[in-house]
Design a protein around this ligand. Structure first.
Ligand SMILES: NC(=O)C1=CN([C@@H]2O[C@H](COP(=O)(O)OP(=O)(O)OC[C@H]3O[C@@H](n4cnc5c(N)ncnc54)[C@H](O)[C@@H]3O)[C@@H](O)[C@H]2O)[C@@H](O)CC1
Ligand SMILES: Nc1ncnc2c1ncn2[C@@H]1O[C@H](COP(=O)(O)OP(=O)(O)O)[C@@H](O)[C@H]1O
Ligand SMILES: [Mg+2]
Length: 286
């Protein structure tokens, strides 16, 4: 297993070219947030915006529109029940993020199927939370695209059939190979399984063990893969590393880290990273 270091941040986060505009930094369409879990898709969307994605659209239950607009005016809203509109937002996206707070009822399933029918090989498709649970339960085929799963251990058990206690590197590798997808297996010291290698995060803190932390990671993976689209795997690794690096900094002064605090710290964190300073050399929050 290769240990991730802060080098991945410097490899990926570079100064932005002067001759660029929002279109340079990709489009992210996020799908999720039923009536009960609106917070999940708002946290994911916040992470995508704060990561620097050029354009972010959130397809969610209409009851979340007011909260989304007031929390995150940078994001556009769409009703995820409008099948044609949803399809038209999935098709042009650089990255689609589906699952945070989607829920697992029949409406959630219909929305997920619609998303899966409209992705294409050129896109990154981040499959998180309820979308993983639904795929496993309903035995849905994997959609087209560069697929990135972001399961916690129970979601990985559902998807791979490997019980949490049996989730060894060898067994996880076998399951990843069958999927032919990137798997970000979230836990303390998250592991990332890819077609070529297995990476391990060696940072991160139990102060991150709060609801919404994974929703935020899914949005960051969405934002980074859209913004740094020429190197999608490195973008995933950098997102995973940055998520915990920022959390560690915040946890120096806090017992727990609120997920949205990570997102809101990203612009200043990424500014420091573009100049090649390590997060240990600088107090980026100061
Ligand atoms: N504010 C919100 O709207 C929130 C919405 N959420 C959404 O709620 C939906 C359900 O997700 P949940 O993960 O809560 O529920 P799940 O039922 O999918 O998973 C939780 C179950 O897995 C078990 N488990 C075992 N190992 C675990 C591990 N390493 N990490 C987490 N759980 C582990 C837990 O004990 C629990 O029984 C998702 O769509 C998610 O995005 C959650 O993210 C919480 C916050
Ligand atoms: N003890 C821990 N140490 C480091 N990271 C943790 C710890 N507990 C949880 N996390 C991180 O928090 C996130 C939890 O994701 P998830 O369970 O999907 O949360 P949610 O669905 O509530 O947003 C993952 O990124 C995981 O790695
Ligand atoms: Mg989750």
């Amino acid at each position: 297993m290769k240990k991730l270091t802060d080098q991945i941040l410097f490899d990926v986060i570079k100064p932005r070219p002067n001759d660029s505009f929002k279109g340079t930094y990709g489009k992210v369409t996020l799908v999720g947030g039923n009536r009960n879990f609106g917070g999940a898709i708002i946290m994911a969307s916040t992470a995508a915006v704060c990561s620097g994605a050029g354009l972010v659209t959130t397809a969610t239950d209409p009851s979340n529109s007011g909260a989304l607009h007031s929390q995150l005016p940078e994001a556009m809203f769409a009703d995820f029940n409008n099948a044609d509109q949803l399809a038209s937002l999935v098709e042009p996206a650089t990255t689609v993020v589906v699952g945070p707070g989607l829920g697992d009822d029949q409406t959630s399933l219909a929305i997920l199927k619609n998303v899966f029918e409209h992705t294409n090989e050129k896109q990154n498709v981040v499959i998180d939370g309820s979308a993983i649970t639904l795929m496993a339960r309903e035995d849905l085929a994997q959609p087209k695209g560069n697929i990135i799963y972001t399961p916690h251990q129970m979601e990985w058990q559902r998807l791979s059939g490997i019980k949490i206690a049996d989730q060894s590197e060898e067994r996880n590798r076998e399951a990843q190979a069958k999927l032919n997808a990137t798997v970000v297996l979230k836990k303390h010291h998250t592991e990332i399984y890819t077609n070529d290698d297995v990476y391990q995060l060696t940072i991160g803190t139990p102060a991150q063990a709060v609801g919404g932390m994974g929703d935020t990671l899914a949005g960051m993976v969405g934002g980074f893969t859209a913004e740094f689209s020429k190197t999608p795997l490195k973008a995933v690794l950098a997102a995973v590393y940055a998520h915990s690096a920022v959390a560690e900094q915040i946890a120096k002064n806090q017992y727990i880290v609120l997920p949205h605090q990570i997102s809101r710290s990203l612009p200043s964190f990424m500014k420091k990273m573009e100049s090649g300073q390590t997060e240990h050399q600088i107090g980026f929050l100061n």
